[in-house]
Design a binder for this molecule. Structure first.
Ligand code: 3HC
Length: 300
């Protein structure tokens, strides 16, 4: 069944090569998934060779894990290893049909990436952003072919979470949108079309919930108490573990975008800011890191 709002799949372009901009954790997880499900070459790029090598090494290690779990036979693993490569030179995207970015969450950085990539790829190449909260319309605003820009938002961990939010920006064309839906189908994800609004749907709802947890901590509830309070609901992860999974910096960033857009509904949390700025791991042995506990402000 065609997902609500998805264009005619006949408009989708063939994807024979994928480019991934960024070689961080999210980008590397995406690269593995694209290679595994689309069975096409996938090339990762980043600012320096060290980051690229780290990304490719992550993919290789995950392939080894799949083999050791019996999820992938040796022949398919060898083929998969051959499909994923890395380069610091974005000209490797010249023959890509689908380029997805997972770079730093700042509009200026994303726009710069797209401006650079637009000069390299064909006008038909779909440009997909995995942004967690930034406007897709704004990312495409200065491009020559904004009609091929679409939002393609994964959830962490990419291999496991079933959903992808597909975002139609103001000028996204049907061909790009149809391609995104067809790619999502091949990735075996459930794709939903969402509006280009701050943090889209899932992160907006999630941040409302997470924001309230942190508001109780800000107001003086001990973090461990706030963290465990929802256990009876059977959530797959406690709030602090989830914050650690997405990254405190990302959580703070998404929260800030929502605070700017809807200040009454998304109050700023001083503690989330402190945690993000500290760069410290939030959890140690599944408990709140004592160094983080020491910097939290409560009930002031
Ligand atoms: N990478 C790859 N695979 C992973 C993984 C990771 N980081 N974490 C877990 N997995 C795999 C495991 O290998 C395992 O696979 P297997 O069945 O082949 O062995 C499978 O997931 C289940 O893992 P576990 O049995 O170890 O653990 P759980 O049953 O506890 O599930 C979980 C782990 C799926 C992460 C679960 O805790 C969960 O669903 N948590 C909530 C995650 C969530 O809400 N994510 C969304 C965050 S918001 C976001 O990402 C948006 C962004 O814009 C900020």
């Amino acid at each position: 069944k065609r997902p609500a709002g998805a264009p005619d799949p006949g408009l989708a372009r063939d994807v024979t090569k994928v480019g991934v901009v960024g070689a961080g954790l999210m980008a590397s997880q995406m690269a593995l998934l694209f290679a595994r499900r689309l069975e096409v070459p996938v090339v990762l790029t980043d600012l320096d060779q060290e980051r690229v090598d780290k990304g490719v090494a992550y993919v290789r290690a995950q392939i080894d894990k799949l083999v050791s779990k019996g999820r992938l036979d040796a022949g398919k693993a060898a083929k998969l290893r051959g499909l994923v490569s890395g380069s610091v030179d974005k000209s490797v995207f010249a023959d890509a049909d689908f380029v997805i970015e997972a770079v730093f969450e700042e509009l200026g950085v994303k726009k710069q990436v797209w401006a650079e990539i637009e000069k390299i790829v064909s006008p038909e190449c779909v440009l997909a952003t995995n942004t967690s909260s930034l406007s897709v319309t704004a990312q495409a605003a200065d491009l020559e072919h904004p009609e091929r820009v679409v939002g393609f938002h994964f959830f962490n961990p990419v291999a496991v979470m079933p959903l992808v939010e597909i975002i139609r920006a103001e000028r996204t064309g049907d061909a790009a949108l149809a391609t995104a839906f067809e790619v999502g189908k091949k990735l075996k994800k459930s794709c939903v079309l969402v509006k280009d609004a701050p943090a889209f749907v899932v992160n907006r709802v999630l941040m409302r919930f997470m924001g309230e947890i942190f508001a109780t901590v800000d107001a003086g509830t001990p973090p461990a108490v706030a963290d465990g309070a929802l256990d009876p609901l059977g959530l797959p992860m406690r709030p602090l573990a989830l914050t650690q999974l997405v990254g405190p910096g990302v959580a703070y960033h998404v929260g800030s975008i929502l605070h700017d857009a809807f200040p009454d509904r998304f109050p700023a949390s001083e503690n989330v800011k402190l945690i993000a700025e500290s760069g410290l791991p939030l959890l140690v042995d599944d408990e709140l890191n004592p160094e983080v506990a020491a910097i939290l402000r409560q009930g002031e």
